[in-house]
Write a protein that binds this ligand. Sequence first.
Ligand SMILES: Cc1cc2nc3c(=O)[nH]c(=O)nc-3n(C[C@H](O)[C@H](O)[C@H](O)COP(=O)(O)OP(=O)(O)OC[C@H]3O[C@@H](n4cnc5c(N)ncnc54)[C@H](O)[C@@H]3O)c2cc1C
Ligand code: FES
Length: 275
Amino acid sequence: MSAWLTVTNKHRTTRILNVETVSPTVKTFTFMDGLCAKAKPGQFLMLWIPGVDEIPLSVFHVDRERALVYVAVKRVGEATKALHTMKVGDWVGVRGPFGKNFTLRGGKVLMVGGGVGIAPLTFLAKELADRKFSKTVAVVGAKTKEELIFLDKLKRFCGEKNVLAATEDGSYGVKGLASTLAESVMTQEGFDVVYACGPEPMLRAVLDYAEKGGFYFEASLERLMRCAIGICGSCVIGGYRVCRDGPVFNIHQLKTVKGEFGVWKRDFNGKRIPL
Ligand SMILES: Cc1cc2nc3c(=O)[nH]c(=O)nc-3n(C[C@H](O)[C@H](O)[C@H](O)COP(=O)(O)OP(=O)(O)OC[C@H]3O[C@@H](n4cnc5c(N)ncnc54)[C@H](O)[C@@H]3O)c2cc1C
Ligand code: FES
């Protein structure tokens, strides 16, 4: 283990400083942690919910001066449900930051985000805006208008007209999937880099369009995680461990795992589950 990982892997406890509801199923949580406040877009932390579980979460914003860390959490199962009931002042545990971040490449950028996967892309959009890279177009999607998170932040970082939305029920933006909207954008315009985060079938579709159009592509992947430091093997995809070699992978790496990426993943017993 590297010296830096030895430091970041140490458990710390901290109190929740702020909770905000951003959609019917997503809340944001703010806490203080000097190490995680150094996270870069795409990196994740392990949040321990006392008495319940420890889960991987992407960092979506940091305030480096005040050592504040922000995560956006979708309520899906036991741990996230328990976290959603927690209040300002409650204790949580934290390890991290872990993993590889998105590489900041200049030029014309396309971001494709789905569901709670939009959150880490807003962190990336802010970093790109801070560096005044030429243009960032964001394509975002969710099931309904209410589930479409952080539109206001993306509009601030990318410019109002550069944020395009799709909803599955047609309640906001175009009716359909973010991947279909991304495909039409990618056939009309050239991009120097395409970044994506969201459900894996969406990521796989965007990988296929990026390959077809000859675009450089990076995506943030999700797999089950326990150790987060490359030891236990529960997050494996092909020859990679998502916690250590990812969660952000580039197009060259993703091409080597096409038999698995967007096709199946493993559950906690190692059994294959179709995606
Ligand atoms: C690198 C990474 C970053 C993530 N970032 C975010 C984020 O910013 N916001 C967010 O809401 N969610 C994020 N997730 C997903 C989040 O970790 C899971 O939703 C959470 O662990 C589910 O726990 P649960 O007990 O509520 O649900 P469970 O009942 O355990 O499971 C519900 C679903 O979540 C999946 N899941 C369960 N445990 C894990 C685990 N340890 N690792 C990955 N997936 C799991 C299961 O396959 C299942 O589909 C991220 C996952 C990874 C791997
Ligand atoms: S979570 Fe243990 S190897 Fe990745």
